[in-house]
Design a protein around this ligand. Structure first.
Ligand SMILES: [Zn+2]
Length: 404
């Protein structure tokens, strides 16, 4: 495809893409706002219906979440190009109201909930496909597409990935994730690997006692747990790119009781599954009984596997980097500590992430008059180049991997 023709078409369709984005941002879609998520799902289905996409709404396993949305075009018994986005945001409607946080175009930026995370990603998918329909209708027609929109990406859960695997019969030509991608000057970040995560709870059980009359008979669960925690924190290892974060501690009741129980919650993250597993074993081996005689129970309460990258991802990245050069921009391969749907979907096929527009300050709704805090925004000017880059690279990829 000719990049000048793609740019022209993308510029022509950009106002419509931004109008869809405006309508999406106006619907509050906080993860637990089921009605909002479902309304946004309907609007998103409407947005892609004119391009011939069929919508399927699949309820999330957790009834506190809205339905996942799957939009398909072409026969799903053939491997699809999976375009991944999500419907939910981290902002309750009261917070949006309190901070006057809504659709606010301001020079090159548009501020608002989900503008980059991840309604902007959905709008970019729309723009890409709309341009492809114009410029290369044969490729658009001959490809099986599955737009997979998670209703609850901002909370941990595997059911969205499970449904995606089922719909795809466990295989995809490519998994393209439209999380926002930052830009530094001419460097555009693409994400090629994400850390895995393990979550733990430590329960320390001491012996309750009257703090005045029988202090010596007590075993203080808080003190015993507090002695352990620096050792836990010290499992962090920059060489292994492993982090341990003690996130929460609780314990005790009232002043005149030696506390019977204290708990701590923590998470560990690493790119290398081996490093994560070794750190987990080290944590679990920290013993059943503390020096002071309290019982320790250490439980793994959740795990998300890493997306280690690999050959398929590298091949995709190289195509994106090559076409970025031709557009006068530079694609940079980034590893991220944060999770995305790529962690769950990477086993479906070669995966690349951060294909959405450029933006910043995701998960932030506050604005201060001195400018030290600004809320989430998307860069309007990034939609056209990112859509064109994605299309040039995707065409190249699909040509190199003929339809099976
Ligand atoms: Zn997010």
């Amino acid at each position: 495809m000719d990049s000048a023709r793609l740019i022209e078409s993308a510029q022509q369709h950009l106002p419509a893409a931004l109008e869809w984005l405006r309508r999406m941002v106006q619907i509050n879609s906080y993860t637990s706002n089921v009605a909002g998520i479902n309304a946004l799902g309907q609007l998103t289905a409407e947005c892609f219906a004119s391009m011939g996409f069929t919508a399927q709404f699949i309820p999330a396993t957790d009834p506190q979440h809205g339905s996942h949305l799957f939009l398909s075009r072409g026969p799903l018994d053939q491997p699809a190009v999976v375009l991944v986005t999500h419907l939910d945001t981290v902002f309750p409607s009261e917070e949006e109201f309190r901070n006057n946080f809504n659709w606010q175009p301001e020079a090159s930026r548009i501020y608002g909930p989900g503008t980059v995370d991840n309604k902007g990603g959905t709008a970019l998918i729309w723009l890409m496909l709309r341009v492809l329909m114009d410029v290369h209708p044969a490729l658009f027609e001959s490809t099986t597409w599955l737009i997979a929109a998670n209703s609850a990406e901002e909370v941990i859960g595997t059911d969205f990935a499970d449904r995606t695997f089922e719909l795809c019969h466990n295989t995809a030509r490519a998994v393209l994730v439209f999380e926002g991608g930052p830009r530094e000057g001419k460097d555009w970040h693409l994400v090629t690997s994400r850390k895995g995560r393990a979550e733990y709870r430590i329960t320390c059980t001491g012996r309750g006692a009257h703090a005045g009359s029988s202090h010596a008979e007590g075993i203080n669960a808080i003190v015993e747990l507090a002695r352990l925690l620096p050792k836990v924190a010290a499992l962090t290892s920059p060489e292994r790119e492993l982090t341990v974060n003690i996130a929460n501690i609780q314990g005790g009741t009232v002043l005149n009781r030696v506390p019977h129980e204290a708990t701590a919650e923590l998470e560990m993250r690493a790119f290398d599954p081996e490093a994560l597993s070794l750190a987990g074993k080290a944590l679990e081996s920290m013993g059943r009984v503390t020096e002071g005689g309290a019982q320790l129970q250490i439980d793994c309460v959740g795990q998300t596997r890493a997306w280690p990258g690999g050959d398929g991802t590298q091949a995709l990245f190289e195509l994106w980097a090559k076409h970025a050069d031709s557009l006068g921009i530079k694609a940079i391969s980034m590893k991220r500590g944060g999770l995305s749907d790529a962690n769950y979907l990477c086993q479906l096929g070669p995966t690349l992430d951060a294909l959405g527009p450029v933006g910043g300050n995701a998960h932030c709704s506050e604005r201060t008059s001195d400018g030290t805090k600004i809320p989430e925004y998307v860069e309007q000017s990034s939609f056209v180049p990112k859509a064109v880059l994605n299309l040039l690279a995707l065409e190249d990829f699909l040509a190199s991997q003929p339809n099976p």
